[in-house]
Design a protein around this ligand. Structure first.
Ligand SMILES: CC(C)(COP(=O)(O)OP(=O)(O)OC[C@H]1O[C@@H](n2cnc3c(N)ncnc32)[C@H](O)[C@@H]1OP(=O)(O)O)[C@@H](O)C(=O)NCCC(=O)NCCS
Length: 203
């Protein structure tokens, strides 16, 4: 398998990484529940991810990609544990206002974000907010290559890592990298689950 070089992203990468994340997350069970209509997802997601990267994650300098922009990982360092629900909602509403036809698309988002906030660990940790690989290139080790340097840093600094997996299929990938499920969180009685995962640093 060719070596995947991971580098920090810059402002000039924002649109390409947002479009990539939108393609990667388009069929995600939680995204589909929050934004059920496929056409709405295609219109909202690239703008929403661009706003998230530009305003919440690049300022923390923890956005990673590969040399050929095949994947994106959005992390937050300890002390910045998660963007406040109000920050995410403000960005989301700004995006939705740009798109008058989107209407009630994001009605389920506030409750979900509040639930995730309430379950977010208080202990200092690196937070993996989002990881995505270009769909045509998934399953070839790029996601693992994206995780490795940041997890090595967690180990070197003795700091845990945390994520919420929105897809059961990814739980095995994260488990291979040392994460353990701490909770299966049902988003609503008829909604999907998320798997909260915590990783203690290795000595
Ligand atoms: C999850 C994801 C980032 C992993 O990246 P990747 O480059 O495919 O990762 P790797 O090749 O190193 O690892 C493959 C593992 O990822 C998981 N995986 C999840 N979705 C996958 C997919 N569509 N194709 C291949 N592997 C997938 C599996 O555990 C897989 O292992 P398996 O083949 O034994 O089932 C990528 O598949 C993706 O972008 N998926 C859609 C978006 C998403 O779910 N993001 C994470 C939100 S929590």
């Amino acid at each position: 398998m060719p070596h995947t070089r991971v580098r920090k992203a810059t402002t000039s990468d924002v649109s390409q990484l947002a479009a990539l994340l939108a393609r990667a997350m388009e069929d995600d069970p939680v995204i589909c529940w929050v934004i059920p209509h496929p056409e709405t997802r295609r219109r909202v997601l690239p703008r929403f991810f661009a706003a998230m990267i530009r305003h919440l994650y690049l300022p923390a300098d923890q956005v990673y990609t590969t040399a050929d922009l095949a994947a994106a990982a959005l992390w937050l360092p300890p002390g910045n544990a998660a963007p406040a629900t109000s920050d995410v909602l403000r960005l989301a509403s700004r995006v939705v206002l740009l798109l008058p036809l989107v209407g009630r698309a994001l009605m389920r988002a506030p409750g979900m974000l509040r639930l995730l906030d309430a379950n977010h660990p208080k202990e200092p940790h690196y937070y993996l907010a989002l990881l995505g690989t270009e769909p045509a290139r998934q399953g070839h080790g790029i996601g693992s290559a994206m995780l490795s340097p940041q997890l090595a840093r967690c180990d070197a600094e003795g700091i845990p890592a945390y994520l919420e997996s929105s897809n059961w299929r990814n739980v095995a990938l994260y488990a291979r990298h040392g994460f353990k499920v701490t909770k299966e969180l049902k988003l609503a009685p008829a909604g999907p689950c998320m798997w909260l995962m915590w990783r203690e640093p290795n000595d």
